[in-house]
Each structure stands twice: as structure tokens, then as C-alpha cells.
Design a protein around this ligand. Structure first.
Ligand SMILES: [Zn+2]
Length: 433
């Protein structure tokens, strides 16, 4: 992958400031579109042609629906609603509450402004949701922690995760995300307005309206795409403000290793589907889900369980979660040859990845498997990576910044960013909420 430039602190902060200004201009424009075009909508014409008009009007709003459904359908529990007996690694309801409150206090975020949920996911991850309604409905704002994350992280590391997600909701929330409702309304009004102007042309008119809606979505998504990587660096910084840089880096390394193991198992299951060992691809998700545990494990251990699960699998109706269905690339097309091709492409990438030289970070620094890495240990890892730019840290596609993975910088870049810029990060004043 060659030498990679790690952005500097000042560059990332300047890019964010600039992006927010662009977002502000766009927000004002959306407001003007929504309000300015409203008087020109011919309401009296709507009843004659309501089907096409409705379809065209919903084109933009519909784009936001899948992610909305995903979040609503995700099985989750707010921390205060957890049962008294629930245990997740070293955490229970009470010490989780304490930990979250501690992070909020340290970052000077009012407690009533955010809810923290636990989801039942077995992937190491967390996410933040604000839905663009946050100015009107602050209770819609939430941090979602996957259950596995609690099992795997130490309290100090979990602080870094929570801090990161709070970064997405508060100091580094994108203007345009917060204005998503405005974006939806402006998109709907604009599409309907254009449609009414060209409706006389029949099918061709509909096509023009569809084109305008598509262009609207494209243009309004640009600022977000430009800032998404920047935001990840900034949110990593924010989390590190609570946990300390060394903890944040230990956390990223652990997460990268777990992601690599998950990917390996996923590829194993994918191979099994393409080999015809799993007759019904829909059931693959169930098998994969059941074989994954909440604790960190060797990929080999999990693969053994997957192999047993495949043998024992009886063609029952798979019990899929909505989120699982939407997440999983093979869930939508059980017999589709597209899905097979997609899986084959993924396997080819996986084969290439296996050839890429990788730094064994655990060995390099002599990690004991549980403590926070010391500055000296991190120096050893970072030194090796800087001297050997071709080395990767994890054999996962995300590290190569292709396709959809572009929204996140790879783990290697995130780790190097934190370490190279640590003095600036530690010296900076806390962002105001
Ligand atoms: Zn993030």
C-alpha cells in the first residue's frame, strides 16, 4: 500500500471547520428551497395525479428510511432499563451508569442530552444516532453500544468508545446531519415542484423529476462524505481525552484484531456457502451469529464451531433479525447469481489479503493480553510501521480504504494519527458543547 500520509492535528481541525461552513451554507440553501418553492406547489392539481405526485415526492425521504428502520428495529435497552442481574463482562447496570455519567461529566455534556443503549450484537462496535431531529427531539439522540464491546473492553477502554460516539453527537456532529429533516423536506418539495412543471410531458416528465431528486441527494451527500474521515479522527481524539491516548490506542488495536477474526470467520462461512455446504444462504447468517461469542476468541476456535453448526444445521426457518437481514449481503438474494458473484469477489480479495505482509503487533511490543500498552510499547509498534510502510496491521479490506470503507480511516491510520499528534491533542482545550 506504500507510504501513507498521516494527517496532522491542525489539518484535520481546519478541514472540519471549513466543512462545517459549507454545511451551514447548504443548510441555509435547503431552508430557502423548502420555503421558497412551497408557494409554487399547485395543491389543486394534486388530486388528479396523486399517485405519480406521491411517488416523486417520496423519492428523497425514502432514502432515509432503511437506516431509520434499522435503528428502530435494533433490539436495545437503555442502561437504566437493564435488569439487576444482567452482567456483561465486568459491567452491570450500576457500574455502567456510573461510567457513562463520569464520561459525560468529564466532557461537560449535560446528562439529559443523551441516552445510552446496549444492543445484543456480537460484533465489536458502537454507533451514535441523532436522526436530524435532535434540535426538536433531544431524546432521539443516543449512543448504542454493542454488547460484545462491553465484554471485551476494560472500563477505561469503554470510556474511550463512549467518548468517541459522544464526539459524533456533540462537538463533531455534522451540521447537515443535524439538519436531515430539513434536507428531507427540501428534497420532497423540490421534487414535487419540478414534477409539476414537467408533468405535461408524461413519462419523460417523471424521469426528469427522478433525475432532479437523484441530483439533490448526490449534492447534499457530498459535504458529509468529505467530512466522514475527518470526523473519525476527531472523535478518536475526543474519546482519548477521557481515557488517555495509550488506552485509546490499546482499544483500537484490540478492536482491529477482533475485527480481523470476525472477518476471517465471515469468509469461512462465505466459502462454505459457495461450496454448497450451506444449502440455504439465508441460514448462513443464523449459523454465523450463533457461532460468534461475546468474548474475544481465536478465529480458529470460532471456525470449529461454525463447522459443527453447519453439520448440525437442520433446515428450519431461519430466525433473522431485521438488522441482520439488512446488514447481511447475502440475505436479500438467496438464489441470486449476483449474490454468488459478490461472495466470490469478496473471497478473491480475502485471498489477496492473506499475502499482504502484516505486523504482529502483539509480538512486536510483547503485549501480555490485558494491560494498557505503555508509551514504550506503542513506540515500538509505531516505529516498525513507520520504517516499513508496506506492513499492514490487520488483514481486513477496511485497512485498504476501498469502496464503502472510505468513510472510515483504517485502524493503522487512526492509531498513527493519535500517536503522532498526541501532544497537540493533550494540550488542546476541551471543545465546548
Ligand atoms: Zn466513529
Amino acid at each position: 500500500m506504500g507510504a501513507m500520509a498521516i494527517p496532522r492535528y491542525n489539518e484535520i481541525h481546519a478541514r472540519f471547520e471549513h466543512g462545517q461552513k459549507v454545511g451551514w451554507v447548504l443548510e441555509i440553501s435547503l431552508f430557502i428551497i423548502a420555503l421558497g418553492l412551497l408557494p409554487f406547489i399547485q395543491w389543486n392539481k394534486l388530486p388528479q395525479d396523486w399517485i405519480s405526485a406521491t411517488v416523486v415526492t417520496l423519492l428523497v425521504p425514502m432514502q432515509f428510511l432503511p437506516s431509520l428502520i434499522c435503528v428502530i428495529a435494533t433490539k436495545k435497552k437503555e442502561i437504566d432499563q437493564l435488569s439487576e442481574t444482567a452482567r456483561y463482562g465486568v459491567f452491570d447496570k450500576h457500574n455502567l451508569r456510573q461510567l457513562v455519567d463520569g464520561v459525560l461529566k468529564e466532557l461537560q455534556i449535560p446528562k439529559r442530552k443523551v441516552r445510552v443503549y446496549i444492543t445484543n450484537d456480537k460484533q465489536l462496535n458502537a454507533f451514535a444516532v441523532s436522526f436530524g431531529l435532535s434540535r426538536f427531539l433531544p431524546f432521539m439522540r443516543g449512543v448504542y453500544l454493542h454488547r460484545k464491546t462491553l465484554h471485551v473492553m476494560t472500563p477505561q477502554e469503554l470510556k474511550s468508545w463512549i467518548g468517541h460516539e459522544l464526539g459524533h453527537l456533540f462537538p463533531y456532529a455534522l451540521r447537515l446531519d443535524q439538519a436531515a429533516l430539513l434536507q428531507i423536506i427540501a428534497g420532497a418539495v423540490l421534487s414535487l415542484f419540478v414534477y409539476q412543471q414537467v408533468a405535461v410531458w408524461g413519462g419523460f416528465g417523471v424521469m426528469i423529476a427522478v433525475g432532479v431528486a437523484w441530483l439533490f441527494l448526490y449534492v447534499t451527500s457530498l459535504p458529509r462524505a468529505k467530512l466522514s474521515q475527518v470526523c473519525e479522527y476527531l472523535c478518536d481524539e475526543y474519546g482519548a481525552r477521557v481515557s488517555g491516548i495509550e488506552v485509546a490506542i490499546t482499544d483500537l488495536l484490540k478492536t482491529g484484531s477482533a475485527t480481523e477474526a470476525e472477518h476471517e470467520v465471515l469468509m469461512y462461512v462465505t466459502q462454505a456457502i459457495n461450496n454448497g455446504e450451506i444449502p440455504n444462504p439465508d441460514s448462513a447468517y443464523t449459523i454465523y451469529e450463533q457461532a460468534l461469542g461475546f468474548e474475544i476468541e481465536d478465529a480458529e476456535q470460532i471456525k470449529k464451531r461454525v463447522a459443527t453448526a453447519i453439520k448440525d444445521y437442520k433446515a428450519e426457518r431461519p430466525n433473522l433479525s431485521v438488522r441482520g437481514l439488512m446488514d447481511f449481503f447475502w440475505s436479500d438474494a438467496a438464489t441470486d447469481s449476483d449474490a454468488t458473484e459478490k461472495r466470490e469477489a469478496m473471497l478473491r480479495v480475502y485471498d489477496l489479503l492473506k499475502e499482504v505482509p502484516r505486523l504482529d503487533w502483539k509480538k512486536t511490543c510483547g503485549w501480555d493480553g490485558h494491560s494498557t500498552l505503555t508509551p514504550m510499547q506503542i513506540d515500538r509498534i509505531v516505529g516498525k510501521l513507520e520504517n516499513n510502510p508496506d506492513l499492514v496491521l490487520f488483514r481486513i479490506p477496511e485497512e485498504f480504504q476501498v469502496g464503502e470503507a472510505k468513510s472510515h480511516p483504517g485502524f493503522k491510520k487512526r492509531i498513527l494519527y493519535l500517536w503522532i499528534n498526541r501532544l497537540d491533542i493533550e494540550r488542546a482545550p476541551l471543545p465546548r458543547i
